[in-house]
Design a protein. Structure first.
Length: 391
């Protein structure tokens, strides 16, 4: 990977080469900006994640052949390990990737568009000086006119900007060697609605491996570990060889949390963009990265100010990502109280499965569903909100 001289002034420095950062770097470079993408890890690198790509993710990705491990047309569901149900769809509802390959592919797309990629470089500080931003690292300082911080849930830049989170969840995950009867998992995923309020578990097949995980609100580590153990046993996977055992925190932003300051914008996990019910974050990362980059590129092209770029970004996420997050929060509140109802609706009714499939394919969104009065009323009755009617 080639690098330019440290003294050069870039139009944009992107911190973090996950889906948010690489998408931002690709979008900005494609619009003619001089872009540098920085990540502390060598690439490719492992990332704890289910690796499910839903419709909105696929629609926002750069052109190219995505390194998909498996296309999914079938799903099975359980409620606390029981009441097993199977469903199928006539076409793909989900695509599965290994994050190491997927993230490497996205960074490569950004480089192909003209961005410089500095891997294995740890950022130690970010500060504005006049009309530029300094990005200090363990291998020198990069200067840029703007910065997009997309360096994950532990982002130091996000803390400096003042990001606050309304919810933090603990995800635990195992990478297992797929059993010999691998055809059992061909084109199929499994979801279990768990015993901890708001929790669920999954099995995602990826060729020779299975990604098995659980997620629940942080603060109950032992109960979450026990849920993962019991789930693996229930699924008959306890004799599979463990290839990786990892965990991570997911964070969902407070509704009034900032997404930027001055010449610095935040994207992806650093900004707390996440759908609260499913904790799906890849589509929010890819889309927020693109929106941040386009806002900066548009502002620079028009001779605008960093304040105008931030304003455009705020408006863009408010009308898209934020409304989806708000709908997801309502669903989560209802799901925490009545997981059995969600189980019956999704896996036990034709309409529920059809709508679930449309959501994963990207044919609709939770926010669009909330536009229907009957849906709003039903979620309210289940405890999603105290409002039982809206004009």
């Amino acid at each position: 990977m080639s690098v330019r001289t440290e003294s050069e002034l870039f139009d944009l420095a992107v911190i973090g080469a996950g889906p948010a950062g690489s998408s931002a770097a690709h979008a900005a470079a494609s619009r003619g900006l001089r872009v540098v993408l920085v990540d502390r890890a060598p690439f490719p690198r492992y990332k704890t994640c289910g690796g499910g790509l839903i419709g909105p993710t696929l629609q926002a990705l750069p052109a190219g052949v995505v390194p998909v491990e498996q296309d999914i047309t079938r799903a099975s569901f359980t409620l606390r390990g029981g009441n097993h149900r199977k469903k199928s769809a006539p076409r793909t509802i989900l695509r599965l990737v290994n994050r190491s390959a997927f993230d490497y592919w996205l960074a490569d797309r950004a480089e192909a568009a003209g961005a410089e990629f500095f891997a294995s470089r740890r950022v130690t500080g970010v500060w504005e000086t006049g009309d530029m931003v300094n990005v200090a690292s363990d291998r020198g300082t990069i200067r840029a006119r703007s910065v997009i911080a997309a360096d994950g849930t532990s982002s130091r830049t996000a803390r400096d900007v003042g990001v606050t989170m309304s919810r933090v969840d603990l995800g635990l995950e195992l990478e297992l060697e797929a059993p010999k009867e691998g055809s059992r998992w061909l084109d199929r995923v499994h979801l279990d609605w768990g015993p901890i309020p708001g929790s669920y578990a999954w099995v995602f097949p990826k060729g020779d491996t299975l990604t098995v995980g659980v997620i629940a609100r942080r603060g109950q580590p032992e109960a979450t570990k026990r849920y993962l153990h019991d789930f693996v046993v229930q699924m008959g996977l306890h004799r599979c060889r463990v290839l990786r055992d990892s965990g991570h925190l997911t964070r969902s932003r407070s509704i009034d949390s900032p997404i930027g300051s001055g010449r610095i914008l935040l994207a992806g996990d650093a900004a707390g963009f996440l759908e609260p019910w499913t904790r799906e974050g890849i589509s929010f990362a890819v889309r927020s990265g693109r929106l941040a980059a386009v806002s900066i590129a548009d502002s620079m092209a028009a001779g605008g100010s960093p304040k105008e770029a931030l304003g455009q970004y705020q408006n863009a996420v408010a009308t898209s990502l934020v409304v989806e997050m708000q709908a997801g929060e309502l669903c989560l509140r209802a799901f925490e109280r009545h997981p059995g109802v969600f189980h019956r609706l999704i896996s036990g009714t034709r309409v529920g499965w059809h709508e679930f499939s449309r959501l994963t394919r990207g044919d609709t969104t939770l926010a669009s569903a909330m536009n229907h009065r009957s849906v709003r009323y039903s979620i309210a009755r289940l405890g999603g909100t105290h409002e039982t009617s809206r004009p």
